[in-house]
Design a protein around this ligand. Structure first.
Ligand SMILES: C[S@@+](CC[C@H](N)C(=O)[O-])C[C@H]1O[C@@H](n2cnc3c(N)ncnc32)[C@H](O)[C@@H]1O
Length: 232
């Protein structure tokens, strides 16, 4: 029975992701999880009050820090790290096989401007220093289509509130989904959030490649809705 006289210091947030594990990893992938991931892992401050300046996570000086929430197998995250070597990229993902796949690419390309948080992104966002991010990406998040599960959607007013704290003025938030109902949901929340304004665009930015989920959606004839919001 839970001892309510002594509640945990940190109440775990509602789970917003699906599976964390898949089939057993191949030996090489497990070895990267055991050896490379600890070197890339973003540590949370031990003191819950302390804030993490992400610039200190990278070996060299970085001009800016960007965050991707739910990077899947990391194709978009790897592209951003390669295309913007002057930026420090932080990727969050909970699904171990996705992390393992991405580590293979990181090892092959020896990307140094990259750090990973293999846990719920919301824990990291809560620990980041205010105005420490220049961009954030939430691309093709888990759709949670059932009405009773929608409260699990990672794009929520609460997440936008938290991102508003850690994004600097002028920072860009990119969202994408292939689920029409989630696109409406994103717009309903993003368009009325006082800290963000929608950037209307016709030409897709050159540095916004389609993710694996977006490519799959387009192959299957489903469209994709892309959003850009600017932190006021
Ligand atoms: C549908 S997949 C899309 C992956 C990738 N962004 C793409 O477009 O190909 C969503 C991913 O987000 C991850 N995810 C969901 N909630 C998360 C959270 N709170 N923190 C970190 N990762 C999360 C899931 O594990 C899953 O791999």
């Amino acid at each position: 029975m839970t001892d309510m006289t002594n509640p945990p210091a940190v109440v775990p947030p509602r789970r917003v992701y699906g599976r964390r594990r898949g089939r057993a990893l191949r030996t090489g992938q497990q070895s990267l999880i055991d050896t490379l991931l600890p070197r890339l892992r973003v540590p949370l401050p031990e003191n819950a009050e302390a804030k993490l300046d992400p610039r200190g996570l990278f070996p060299g000086a970085v001009e800016d820090c960007w965050l991707e929430i739910g990077f899947g197998a990391g194709e978009h995250l790897g592209f951003q790290a390669e295309t913007h070597p002057q930026v420090g990229l932080i990727g969050c993902e909970v699904f171990e096989p996705g992390i393992a796949r991405f580590l293979t690419e990181v090892a092959a390309k020896n990307l140094t401007n990259l750090r990973l948080f293999p846990d719920d992104a919301r824990l990291l966002i809560a620990a980041l220093a205010p105005q420490s991010l220049g961009r954030a990406f939430i691309l093709f998040p888990d759709p949670w289509p059932k009405e009773r599960h929608k409260k699990r959607r990672v794009v929520s007013t609460e997440t936008l509130d938290d991102l508003a704290v850690v994004m600097k003025p002028g920072a860009e938030l990119r969202l994408g989904t292939d689920v029409p109902d989630y696109a409406e949901w994103m717009a309903e929340r993003g368009d009325v959030h006082p800290a963000f304004e929608r950037v209307v665009f016709t030409d897709r930015p050159n540095d916004w490649p389609a993710t694996r989920y977006e490519m799959k959606a387009r192959r299957q004839g489903r469209g994709a809705a892309l959003f850009r919001y600017r932190r006021r």
